[in-house]
Design a protein around this ligand. Structure first.
Ligand code: NAD
Ligand code: MG
Length: 384
């Protein structure tokens, strides 16, 4: 059997480290070719020493020397800088690129990987939110597969495998509701960073954890689903399911619904994205019905968690609208994490930024880069 060469962009993060666990369980199936990190040189070095990849990238240039020194006795290439991410994914040894870095930074390397004919295991949902049209078109042209890693989208993907040309009538993305489910706007005014960073069911990176608390994560996932599964906005619905056992649901044209369920564990969707169409035996913890005598469902409160409505609005508008929303949200989440703005300011500034920048249709890559920059400037100016 030919081993799959894997590149992990963002190997030191929550998805990246779990992907390394999966890969290390199947040394006969995978060869780890590339790992990259933003600033966490220490963990990147540890991972490189353990896995001996062909190349590593540390994006933060000031840390380049540290990584080079630590790996100098090993046959490992070390690179730095923005362009390096785009180059390493093109390596002939790489077959699949797992995009596990955060935000807009994933867009260029993902496009470069697609253009080089590499399959994508996509965790970096922001890439599809920002430029879903461009990315899915490029993938189609190159005959490249985009396998979802996000648990909801993996669930939908698992439900439609084997359905051939049966049409999807509708999908339901499930949402845990985050740590503030049921809270009023008044209660949310004084929410602190530490409270927002405590997700009830999943342990994830800081940005997505805040996005989960504001429901922006679900909004981003709605747009991600539109592009992954070629759906119209009215075919996508969100249902709050606090136990996070049902990971999402597909409804077909005959009314039949298929759901994918299991205990929340990102290793499963990561593994399925890397081994599709096979399911490999794991020792992941199994679900016990009696531990969950009730699975419950609620409507999301979009009056309080307005980010979810903003995402639907951006999806309806199309063009660069979702790129603008994503950029504003990257700025506001970072500002909230730095304690510069309050919890409710995140959605308020996102909305103001969207209102101030009109959308452009049929954008190309340069348009996305320009709109991303402008939205960051506008959102930053609203923070001061
Ligand atoms: P994280 O913050 O834990 O890790 C991010 C990784 O990317 C780290 O290795 C970091 O060094 C690197 N990185 C961050 N910014 C970078 C930049 N500008 N340039 C280069 N490298 C950079 O994040 P995470 O929770 O693993 O999430 C990664 C992606 O996967 C996000 O898009 C997130 O929405 C998505 N996702 C995560 C989960 C989860 O359970 N963590 C679930 C579904 C989807
Ligand atoms: Mg998700």
């Amino acid at each position: 059997m030919i081993k799959k060469g894997i590149a992990i962009l963002g190997s030191t993060g929550s998805i990246g480290t779990q992907a390394l666990e999966v890969i290390s369980n199947y040394p006969e199936l995978f060869s780890l070719e590339v790992i990259t990190a933003g600033k966490n040189a220490k963990l990147l070095i540890e991972q490189a020493l353990q896995f001996q990849p062909n190349s590593v990238v540390i994006s933060e240039e000031s840390l380049y020397d540290e990584v080079c020194n630590a790996l100098k006795d090993h046959p490992i290439h070390v690179y730095t800088g923005e362009d390096a991410l785009c180059q390493v994914v093109e390596s002939t040894q790489v077959n699949v690129v797992l995009t596990a870095l955060v935000g807009f930074a994933g867009l260029k390397p993902t496009l470069r990987a697609i253009n080089a004919g590499k399959d994508i295991a996509l965790a970096n949902k922001e890439t599809l939110v920002v430029a879903g049209e461009l990315v899915t078109q490029a993938a189609q042209e190159k005959g490249v597969n985009i396998y979802p890693v996000d648990s909801e989208h993996s669930a939908i993907f698992q439900c439609i495998v084997g359905e051939f040309h049966n049409k999807i009538e509708k999908i339901y993305l499930t949402a845990s509701g985050g740590p503030f489910r049921g809270w009023s706007r008044d209660q949310l005014i004084n929410v602190q960073r530490e409270q927002a960073l405590k997700h009830p069911n999943w342990s994830m990176g800081a940005k997505i954890t805040i996005d989960s608390a504001t429901l922006m994560n679900k909004g981003l996932e709605v747009i991600e689903a539109k592009w992954l599964f070629n759906l119209k906005p009215e075919q996508i619905d969100v249902i709050v399911h606090p136990q996070s056992i049902i990971h999402s649901i597909v409804q077909f044209e005959d009314g039949s619904m298929k759901a994918q369920m299991g205990l929340p564990d990102m290793k499963l969707p990561i593994q399925f994205a890397l081994t599709y169409p096979s399911r490999l035996k794991t020792d992941f913890q199994r679900f016990n019905f009696l531990d969950y005598p009730q699975l419950s469902f609620e409507k999301p409160n979009v009056e309080v968690f307005t980010n979810l409505s903003l995402a639907f609005q951006a999806m309806e508008t199309g063009g660069t609208a979702a790129c603008v929303l994503n950029a504003a949200n990257e700025i506001t989440v970072a500002a909230f994490l730095e304690k510069k703005i309050g919890f409710l300011d995140i959605a308020a500034i996102n909305q103001k930024t969207m209102n101030l920048i009109s959308s452009k249709n049929n954008p190309n890559l340069n348009d996305y880069i320009a709109f991303d920059k402008e939205a960051r400037n506008v959102a930053s100016s609203l923070i001061l």
